[in-house]
Design a protein around this ligand. Sequence first.
Ligand code: C2O
Ligand code: CU
Ligand code: CU
Length: 534
Amino acid sequence: MIDFFRSTRREFMKSGALAAAGAGLMLPHDGNAGADALDPSTLVPFVDPLPVPRVMKPAGIRPDPEQTGRQIPYYRMRMHEVRQKVHRDLPPTRMWSFEDSFPGPTIEVKSGEGAIVEWANELPLRHFLPIDHTLHGAERSLPEVRSVIHLHGGRTPAASDGYPEEWVVPGKSQRCFYPAKQDAALLFYHDHTMGINRLNIYAGMLGLFIVRDAQEAALHLPSGKYEVPLLIADRLLGKDGQLVYPVSEHPDRPWVPEVFGNAILVNGKLLPYLDVEPRRYRLRVMNGSNGRFYRLSFENKHEMHVIGNDQGLLSAPVAVKRVPLAPAERIDLVVDFAAMAGTHVKLVSDSFDIMDFRVAAKGSEDTSVLPAVLRAPLRLDPATAVRTRRLTLDERMDDIQRSMGMLLNNTPWHAPITEKATLGTTEIWEMVNLTDDSHPIHLHLVRLQILDRRRFDQFEYQAKGTLRFTGPAQQPEAHEAGWKDTVGSDPGMVTRIVVPFEGYAGRYVWHCHILEHEDNEMMRPYEVLPALHS
Ligand code: C2O
Ligand code: CU
Ligand code: CU
């Protein structure tokens, strides 16, 4: 889909210029990184082994809150400040994370069994990144350090979903119940605090959460040490190895519309390597960046098979040489290193090196399978939708055409709820992008499918409010044809999604997953109303 590439290329040009500049970073609203920014090209690449976040052990069991009489796993996850080496030759970086490292430990649950997680805020009382007190929900009257954790992609009751205003302060904890009545998928947990979510996540507050099920296990995909999660997240590092969060030129309004780092971290390391055997691997990749889009490929254009994305398996593997990944999207890849025995191959994103795979000359026998069929094909019939909502993505400009932030449907967060869906029904949401950026739009609770994307006349829409298409409807790319929870919505396009509202009634949110946008009004509450009983 050419338009997506065009918009991501726009992001790349901005970020590429930034990385190339090294010292003397040029940021939109030039930040305080300045001459003190690290130039990653001065570091020796591929000297640190890729860390794999440990799988968290339950602290015990607790009665199932759904009163089935069963006992389910109980976890306690402490948030606190950590110091972490992101590269052999850099001093430890101050971060905020879960337990002992960034990313936090991985939680693994069985579909339908679920887990209870107690999120304990043991963070310091002062924030170390620049809070913008003019943003809604980050006023000076509020405590600086707050947290509320959301499980992204989880089919979770509203009380446990991490509503942005239901934050707690250091010393307090929140107990969440994740029933995980959903298909096997790679989810992730992260902070969602109103007005400072971009800073908390940038500080390191995210980790992976894997739902497993029997259907997936029966496929005999590469597993155990041959299944490797890759959480990719860029950060802007100073020469001292410390996180820099850029600020605007207004000391009272430090918010910036987007942040691109000079260092792309994989599982918390800059330019790591992974020793692999010449066989198939399953790479479960997630984009944990605040705003950077990637286009992943092997440097030698080696083929990879996409077997799943945000909400689990595709119906069949899709062979690709390169795959785009917007913030919060996940992609599940099977890569066969057999043909590269005894060599090295780099994973790159356009001209950026991400990591190096060192393929051994020999390995153990590969008994894993890349099945031709992964699950029954399922395309939702748009005719089942009970209504279609037209929703705009808007940019607000100040008098000198600087971005003041983005909005959903021109409506700020605190306005009354306008999107109310009924549990058990399906809706079509048409996202009309009137901005110059691609926005990864995410809905909590649900899984959804992309119906199509279509170019339209932006000027006519803005002038008269009429929607006139100027191109044919484009089907989603094969690799994004499955169940998703985050959808790239490109500039000048109408992106249509089909959303079955399944799971639980209650109040949820939808938002752009570029975190700077989300924190500055590009987020709205929505409500799922209880099903009507006949
Ligand atoms: Cu990653 Cu509101 O979510
Ligand atoms: Cu979410
Ligand atoms: Cu956005």
